[in-house]
Design a binder for this molecule. Sequence first.
Ligand code: SF4
Length: 695
Amino acid sequence: MSDPDEVRTHCPYCALQCGTVLARKGEDRVSVRPDDAFPVNQGGLCRKGWTAPAVLEVHDRLRTPLVRAANGDLAPASWDTALDTVAERLLRIRADHGPDAVAVFGGGGLTNEKAYLLGKFARLALGTRNIDYNGRFCMASAAAAGRAAFGVDRGLPFPVADVGRADVVLLAGANPAETMPPLMRHLEHPDLVVIDPRRTPTARAAALHLQPSPGTDLALALGLLHIAVVDGLIDADYLRARTTGFDAARQTALSWWPERVEQVTGVPVPAQREAVRRLASARRAYVLTGRGAEQHSKGTDTVGAFINLALVLGLPGREGSGYGTLTGQGNGQGGRELGQKSDQLPGSRSITDPRARTEVAEVWGVSADALPGAGPSAYELLDSLGAPGGPRALLVFGSNPVVSAPHAGNVAERLAALDLLVVADFVPSETVALADVVFPVTQWAEEEGTLTNLEGRVVRRRALVPPPPGVRSDLEVLGGLAARLGEPAGRYPSRPSAVFEELRRATRGGRADYSGVTYARLDAGEALHWPCPERPGEPHPGTPRLFLDGFAHSDGRARFADVEHRPAAETPDSAFPLLATTGRVLAQYQSGAQTRRVPELNDAAGEMYVEVHPDTMRRSGLTDGALARVTSVRGSTVARVRAVADMRPDTVFLPFHFAGSGRANLLTNPALDPRSKMPEFKVCAVRIEPCRTAS
Ligand code: SF4
């Protein structure tokens, strides 16, 4: 692109990472249009993408560091004062309580370069094992299940565009019509089978909608496997040649006959049979899961059961068919595999693997013994803040856990119990409001870097405009702190390209190998999906489709999951007789810290609401359009009632983007999946009653 007033880049929000062209429009304004050449969004953008430039102009943009003064207010400070204050207090806390008294919480929207440097900073400059990120709340269950089944976890092990050529796509707990609308362009041709407790816009576009009770997807997946087995729809040759563990999975599925499944899930037997018939008769088919199936205390097992279904039909590792998860956050994938997750080192390597520790330590110029071990998961970390023996200080980069974490009331209390809370952000989020020190940092159109989208494709973020005066990049913040903490000069580069060069080396030989990816190749327009190892001579072309020649386990075979259904961690009783489930709306993104500041999105999204079936509404004494109080054992939230005739009468739905007393996460259950440590965002027991005041 030769015009200096235009750049090709990508949307700042979700994992689709739609290609965009940004252009200067007058002195300070930026316009956006879709990049027609980018195959993922095929010239489309959703409302969030179209309005993204408005976030560059928000009136309350953070433009100066803030330090909490003696009177309790956040007051403007110089960069030196803010960095000195944080470094001094960190050193004191570390001296008094040890390195694990300092913790780091990252974000799934950070670029690969930021995620990598944050992981390195936590483990070397702070020496703490206490680092995790909000991406744990996104695709951790699918990652754990994918890794167990296939030996590697990449959201989609195939390009998005492949899905458009399928005959049938089963979407379990995904609502792309609202969460990533341009994806629907790829779903126009296939027949859709949608599994969702709500009749979402995606479900309305489907050929078949199965509407299970929240928390019963696992039973439904076992039932679908049962039908495939009993009706002889399995691909026996594929099972023999490419999988292991089918017998145990088959035995479990045999006890989930359709009538039992109907009793547990509410999905009629004919609909179960129809779903399997459609999938099994397709020439090309995909099984895709989303947060609806994954954000449960049994999310890993649920995804494992859907992978089992895909395996008996012979889909994974076959061109034109497969299993994948629709990752949510912009860089949920890269953020994890480059070192923000508590148990991983760059390259998607285990932090407990001695060889991986040695290889990464060598790149970092330290001994492997200097690297801390695995720390707690995101919610466990948040829950331990300020508690006896827990961290006394927390550094938050690119996250707003006061709104987005489960049991949000408890999270706010834990943050308040800290000796030091430091937040780097570009808008004054609800978490910023609690901070002792705030670093104002760059955003999206002001910075260079890379992200890894839901297909494992590394994409370039490019700057069009300079940051406002007074704002620095997250990389500069980390470098400034590291220097004050006594780290060697040059260990934390502030140029994104320099960080990328280092992370290439640090991922070499890992499952997520970026060593053959370079800015130059990306800038030349190459589509590079990891693994893309560096090799002499002919550059590696990247790997858009994984598993065609074998799965990533040493024997090349996929593993069936041996899983059994169990109820949600919390089930309704007389005090809390309904199920609440949470999700997203088209005009908001994540905690809403950015999108609630965009007038057009705010107008479209309105205020916090709760969807209720009309019968439930009447039984509870509610009125359509009036306020209701929704209460779980952990807290209550206030929301405007929307009567929705196709809701399940036993279920209410709340979007999770709103702040204050309208936070859906005041209700949600932090019960964790034992393997992925995913909280149970998608189901908890509640009651609902009329509310006279909004507070
Ligand atoms: Fe941005 Fe996602 Fe919307 Fe695309 S679908 S424009 S990446 S928010």
